[in-house]
Design a protein around this ligand. Structure first.
Ligand code: THU
Length: 128
């Protein structure tokens, strides 16, 4: 059983650390690994714009760096309505580790959408 409330709370909390001085769009992400660990990330923008990293990839790279490649769920937290969807780049990067990843996206208004990565990214690139 996935504790979605806990994962959403973690994404909401880490969103406060977002470094979003150019877009003012703060994003928080929390990833649950199969062994029960939670890895959080926020977006970190940069003066050179293109070097910005999204919250989802920040969280994922932390997870993988700590040896957690078996990821089972992602919570995303923003202030957008409807709740945001992961960007295309993040979809491909998440797909690498779990094409069926379970995702919740929540916002400050209390809206919560639940879907799978495979719903929004059915045919990612695979190196065969
Ligand atoms: N952003 C994310 O962190 N995740 C997404 O899935 C989409 C966009 C960030 C990047 C940038 O800092 C800001 O949101 C506006 O695009």
């Amino acid at each position: 059983m996935i504790d979605w409330e806990k994962l959403i709370s973690a994404a909401r909390a880490v969103r406060e650390n977002a470094y979003a001085r150019f877009s003012n769009f703060k994003v928080g992400a929390a990833i649950l690994s199969a062994d029960g660990r939670v890895f959080t990330g926020c977006n970190v923008e940069n003066s050179s714009y293109g070097l910005t990293i999204c919250a989802e990839r920040a969280a994922l790279f932390k997870a993988v760096s700590e040896g957690a490649k078996d990821i089972i769920a992602l919570a995303l937290f923003t202030d957008s309505a409807p709740p945001a969807r992961p960007c295309g780049a993040c979809r491909q990067v998440l797909f690498e580790f779990n094409p069926d990843l379970e995702i919740v996206s929540a916002n400050l208004s209390g809206n919560v959408d639940k879907f799978k990565l495979s719903d929004i990214f059915p045919e990612g690139f695979r190196l065969v």
